[in-house]
Design a protein around this ligand. Structure first.
Ligand SMILES: Nc1ncnc2c1ncn2[C@@H]1O[C@H](COP(=O)(O)OP(=O)(O)O)[C@@H](O)[C@H]1O
Ligand SMILES: [Mg+2]
Length: 400
């Protein structure tokens, strides 16, 4: 008989050695030479394209003093504009895509009950996509596995305490009355983050232990998360929620707080089957919530194929099955499987944060163009919710 204590200590050793490695990776990702905050630069042509104006318009504004002179490097070479400078440029040239004050901020839950389908990858890339486009973004990591927190460069184990997560607000004995305490700056000037760590899971334990009172405590927690996020959302255009991949209190509270649902899934049979299961479970749960007087209302529900390999015939086949089953709810453009995404993840970054390609320039360019197109579909849905339909091809995404 193996000694149970020695097995436990063996698991503990594995965890510790893994933790040390994560910290080493994180330090490496943050060595001054590999990452000093956000070092992105956009050339004038790229800036003009993002703003939807001509390069001339930018040059004129720089000449007549409405904009600061173009940033120049040591040898007088143009450096390109930072994200911050782009934001200013948008303000000055009246090209900000922000919502109008009365438009409801989008609160998108990126959910599927299966792990590894790309929830955190989609959450973080979507956040940075919206940021590049000039929106104000809040990301809320609601998953105690905290992948999203990691992709924002925090080590959930070492840098984040339970008091910095949603815990003090959702706990059975809350010590916070609103969510302001939890909002952290990120290297992006227009992206904030509410981080998570393993201890957020305590919320689930506490509420499970609440026994007979559980039901009413639960309902109160649902309303509370929605209220807290709605208050915060006043300062943002888009709030992106990464819930835990299971049917628990936090996950349900997130589903209820959100006003849009994005379901990522890979083009594989297991992902397809578990997504169908997820949808039927959601259907039952939402019905129960509505019966209990807890409102759930989504502006849009869409499925997004999150790791599509066009060279794999089985992916094509499963995608056809998905199209047949989900019709227009399946977004037409999938996110392609790309080594650029997994390599960026190794550096605890998204592809949008890379200053230069990790793989070949061609792979990088292709990956980014695909991400822009796939995530642009969600931008269009959000803008449609604000009553803005500005391009013909939006019709396709919005109406299927
Ligand atoms: N389009 C993609 N191309 C390559 N790798 C991807 C892609 N999408 C996700 N991945 C990888 O798949 C793994 C699981 O993704 P993740 O976002 O953590 O899933 P989840 O949050 O659903 O558990 C990660 O290693 C991630 O880097
Ligand atoms: Mg995740």
């Amino acid at each position: 008989m193996p000694d149970p204590h020695s097995i436990v200590s063996q698991i503990g050793d594995l965890a510790q050695s893994g933790e040390r490695m994560i910290e080493r990776l994180r330090r490496k990702a943050f060595l001054p030479e590999s990452r000093k905050g956000l070092n992105l630069r956009f050339g004038i042509a790229e800036a003009a394209q993002l703003l939807g104006c001509s390069t001339n318009r930018i040059r004129m504004a720089e000449d007549d003093g409405r904009l600061p002179p173009p940033p120049a490097g040591d040898n007088g070479r143009r450096l390109g504009y930072t994200v911050e400078e782009l934001l200013n440029m948008r303000e000055v040239l009246g090209a900000s895509p922000r919502r109008a004050p009365l438009d409801v901020p989008a609160m998108i839950a990126v959910q599927n009950f299966k792990g590894g389908v790309g929830k955190s990858t989609v959450t973080t890339h979507l956040a940075h996509y919206f940021a590049v486009q000039g929106y104000r973004v809040l990301v809320v990591d609601c998953d105690s596995q905290a992948t999203t927190t990691t992709l924002f460069g925090f080590n959930p184990h070492f840098n984040i305490t339970r008091e910095e997560t949603l815990y003090p607000y959702l706990s059975i004995d809350p010590t916070q009355a609103d969510l302001l305490y939890a909002v952290k700056n990120t290297p992006w000037p227009n992206v904030d983050l509410i981080p998570s760590n393993l201890e957020l899971f305590d919320v689930e334990y506490e509420l499970a232990a609440a026994g007979a009172d559980g039901q009413s405590v639960l309902a109160a927690r649902f309303r509370k998360l929605k209220q807290g996020l709605t208050d915060l959302a006043r300062d943002y255009d888009v709030v992106i929620l990464d819930p835990p991949p299971a049917l628990g209190t936090i996950s349900l509270a997130v589903m209820q707080a959100a006003n849009a649902l994005l379901v990522p899934l890979a083009a594989t049979t297991p992902d397809f089957c578990s997504t169908v299961q997820f949808l039927s479970m959601m259907d039952q749960v939402l019905e129960q919530l509505i019966e209990a007087g807890i409102a759930v209302d989504y502006q849009f529900v869409r499925l997004l194929c999150s790791k599509f390999d066009s060279n794999d015939p089985s992916h094509e086949m499963v995608r056809a099955i998905m199209e047949q089953s989900f019709g227009p709810a399946l977004l037409p453009v999938p996110i392609l499987e790309s080594a650029e995404i997994s390599h960026a993840a190794l550096r605890m970054m998204t592809v949008y944060e890379l200053e230069k390609p990790i793989g070949t320039p061609r792979t990088h360019k292709r990956c980014k163009a695909n991400l822009d197109e796939a995530l642009g579909q969600i931008e269009q849905l959000v803008r449609h919710g604000w009553g803005r339909v500005d391009r013909v091809d939006e019709e396709l995404v919005v109406n299927g």
